[in-house]
Design a protein around this ligand. Structure first.
Ligand code: ASP
Length: 389
């Protein structure tokens, strides 16, 4: 296990110098080859999976620029550690970089497949002495990569996603605080057995339900209906509830997966052109996610298209277009599947993983709908009310 020489880095921190020398090597999925940045070898170990984003960005223009900062040279993860040297009082850290240049809008599933494979290997093997992982990611699609890792991560250790809405050069950059808090959450035993979490803006939310709600401000990641699981006080996580997993959260083994089938999201609206559903399939989509107004109410023509495509073996997941709430299936199994509070971009990932795993249409319906069916139709009173028996 490599413990890198710390003298230069510690000296730099003591002098208030903000640059940390770049770690050599470090990009390996073999835990024994990680390069640990440490001032105390008895502290718990946390891996940083770094996929860039604003947290590692800088402005060329001013300390107030949170708009046009893309071209500045941001800190490396190691420099961020130097800038927030307090993290080395709570953990030993190793950095694994994933190429993600040009903003997170251009990323695809290969990033989360990759991160998941690293995370499972490094954290979930029996002899792993790593207590948790954090991920840096551009906020624009953080929820997608994080969801992909969350539903394919095979142990109860904390996986904490974070990022920033302000570049590191901002007069009060949120990334530094988010970084510290993510590490503090990753080492906390109280973070275990909850599924993946997002640490952002002094709050902890479930990756499974979280979405970016504001395009500009640091208070952006929220699980509006499900709420915050905790907050940070003095940099430490305070959980409002004991550990529990999101209802219906599945697990997919992606250890040998490099590519996923195409699934397309379409946005339902008045005058929706249902022929787009056939076009998507003609272009290679193996499944569809359609946002339906209200409680995921597809238009009659979209419903007809979904029924026809179902006969051809293509599943359609209907997701509620309102920001909160869910569509609810009828009592009998139908050709349109409803997503049990899982959002559109997350449903897309879940459907890709299910198709890739060889799920039948009935199994896919079950995957998406059984949490709803168990809640709504299982109670005997409701069987009378909704089955008309
Ligand atoms: N440009 C960033 C991204 O790639 C935005 C951010 O990280 O906040 O998502």
């Amino acid at each position: 296990m490599a413990l890198r020489s710390l003298s230069a880095a510690v000296k730099a921190i003591a002098l208030g110098v903000t640059l940390w020398p770049i770690a050599q090597g470090g990009c390996t999925s073999d835990p024994s080859e990680l390069v640990w940045i440490s001032t105390n070898s008895s502290l718990p170990k946390v891996v940083i999976y770094s996929a860039g984003g604003t947290i590692l960005s800088a402005s060329n223009y001013s300390r107030l620029d949170n708009v046009n900062y893309g071209s500045g040279v941001g800190p490396t993860p190691e420099q961020l550690i130097g800038n927030v040297s307090e993290v080395l009082n709570v953990a030993q850290l190793a950095v694994v970089r994933f190429p993600a240049s040009g903003g997170s809008s251009g990323l695809n599933s290969s990033l989360y497949l990759n991160i998941s494979q690293y995370a499972n290997r490094q954290l979930c093997s029996e002899d792993s002495d790593i207590v948790g992982a954090i991920m840096f990611h551009g906020t624009n699609t953080l929820e997608e990569t994080a969801f992909g890792v969350d539903v394919s991560f095979n142990c109860s250790k904390p996986f904490i996603a974070t990022g920033a809405m302000r570049p590191d050069t901002y007069v009060s950059p949120d990334g530094r605080s988010n970084f510290f808090q993510a590490v503090a959450a990753a080492v906390a035993p109280s973070s275990r057995d909850r599924g993946g979490l997002i640490a952002f803006n002094d709050r902890l939310t479930s990756i499974y339900y979280s979405t970016k709600l504001n395009a500009n401000t640091p208070d952006t990641f929220k699980a509006l209906e499900q709420g915050n699981l905790g907050a940070f006080l003095g940099g430490q996580p305070y959980y409002f509830f004991g550990p529990s997993y999101p209802t219906g959260r599945p697990y997919f083994d992606v250890s040998n997966t490099t590519q996923l089938p195409s699934v397309i999201i379409l946005y339902g609206h008045q005058g929706f052109d249902a022929s787009l559903m056939y076009s998507a399939v003609a272009n290679g989509a193996k499944g569809l996610v359609v946002l339906g107004p209200g409680a995921a109410q597809l238009s009659p023509s979209a419903r007809a298209a979904a029924t026809e495509l179902y006969k051809q073996g293509i599943p359609t997941i209907a997701v509620a277009r309102p920001v909160t709430g869910t569509g609810v299936p009828g009592p009998n199994p139908g050709p349109v599947f409803f997503s049990s509070y899982v959002g559109a971009e997350q449903s897309r990932i879940m459907l890709q993983l299910a198709i890739n795993a060889g799920y039948s249409l009935d199994e896919i319906r079950d995957l998406f709908e059984s949490p709803l069916r168990d809640a709504v139709y299982a109670p005997s009173a409701n069987q009378e009310w909704y089955y008309g028996t």
